[in-house]
Design a protein around this ligand. Structure first.
Ligand code: CP
Length: 333
């Protein structure tokens, strides 16, 4: 590390980051503060090589634009190297175990990132098995339960907009129709479990078939109670959007039908009217912002008029993926 760089705290050094729930509020605050500092250094063109000669392996079981590129660019900017591996090109495709993978990759480098998000019940367990056997941090680049780098970037974006005190502010997390593919449940689950911890009232809206995992719903209810905020579930977008400060409408799949995409697509067609358009945005507060983790199905989940409007924060949100992943890499590796 360059001598001119401020030393980062060691409080989460060596730790996994698999779900935001695994980190205390103080640890999340440290990640957010470090991300904000790294963002300033990046914007000012100041070197910030916190990870010289360090390697992170990025193991992808699914496609990615933002996650892969923010980690690869971020590792380089931190003075290290991110090594991309498509799962189907590795021996995992021939059945090599997560245990062996964790042991071997941790003997070659300093962290393992994994994206394994498509099938409920698989990705998180896989990562935890790797983590149990790895000697280096395992970072969740999206699983079936959580997308902790996305929601950290979302919280950073929300705070940039409204300040750190979010009490009295409301986020509407809503299902929306998308014909492209059954999107994972991890983003809405990550939002409902993280945001109440940081003072936001949360309203979740979805058609009856699109319930989220029981464990995540219970955690969200508990977190809301403990933090004195509201967590409410409604069955339509309009009720969720009413007087919201932040709207986050996006599609996700049906938990029991990820193995039956055609059946799931047929059900989703009943709900094509679940689209975020200008009429729906009129229900929100005047200063409300529109968010989406991207990629969005334009014309289905959201109209161009909304996603390209002054209320949209999708690009700052995507940008913050870089600063937040660099923060967690710099703090843990
Ligand atoms: N939001 C997000 O994770 O984007 P990618 O799927 O492109 O990584």
């Amino acid at each position: 590390m360059s001598e001119n760089l401020k030393k980062l705290p060691d409080t989460v050094r060596g730790r996994d980051y698999i779900e935001t729930k695994d980190w205390t509020n103080e640890e999340i605050e440290l990640a957010l503060k470090t991300a904000a500092d790294l963002k300033v250094m990046f914007k000012e063109g100041k070197p910030h090589r916190y990870l010289p000669d360090k390697t992170i392996f990025l193991f992808f079981f699914d496609k990615s634009t933002r996650t892969r590129n923010s980690f690869e660019a971020g590792a380089t900017q931190l003075g290290g190297h991110a090594h991309f591996i498509a799962a189907e090109t590795s021996q995992v495709a021939h059945g090599e175990s997560p245990r062996d993978m964790g042991i071997i990759l941790s003997s070659y480098g300093h962290a393992v990132g994994i994206r394994h998000d498509l099938v409920p019940g698989e990705g998180n367990s896989y990562m935890r098995e790797v983590a149990k056997n790895a000697q280096v941090p395992v970072l969740n680049m999206q699983c079936d339960i959580d997308h902790p780098f996305q929601t950290l970037a979302d919280l950073m974006t929300i705070r940039e907009e409204f300040g750190n005190d979010l009490r009295g502010r409301k986020i509407a997390v809503s299902w929306a129709y998308a014909p492209s593919y059954a999107k994972p449940m991890s983003v809405p689950q990550g939002l409902i479990t993280l945001m109440p911890r940081f003072g936001l009232d949360v309203v979740l809206a979805h058609p009856p078939e699109y319930t989220l995992m029981k464990s995540e719903m219970e955690y969200a209810q508990k977190a809301a109670k403990e933090n004195g905020v509201k967590f409410e579930v409604v069955d339509n977008m309009d009720d969720a959007f009413k007087d919201a400060d932040i709207v986050y409408p996006k599609s996700w799949g049906i938990e029991s039908l990820f193995h039956k995409p055609e059946e799931a697509l047929e059900i989703s067609k009943k709900y094509k009217h679940w689209i975020c358009d200008e009429e729906k945005m009129k229900l929100t507060k005047k200063e409300a912002i529109y968010m989406h983790c991207l990629p969005a199905d334009r014309g289905y989940e959201v109209t161009d008029a909304v996603i390209d409007s002054p209320q949209s924060r999708v690009f700052p949100e995507a940008e913050n993926r870089l600063h937040t992943c660099k923060s967690v890499m710099a703090l843990t590796m």
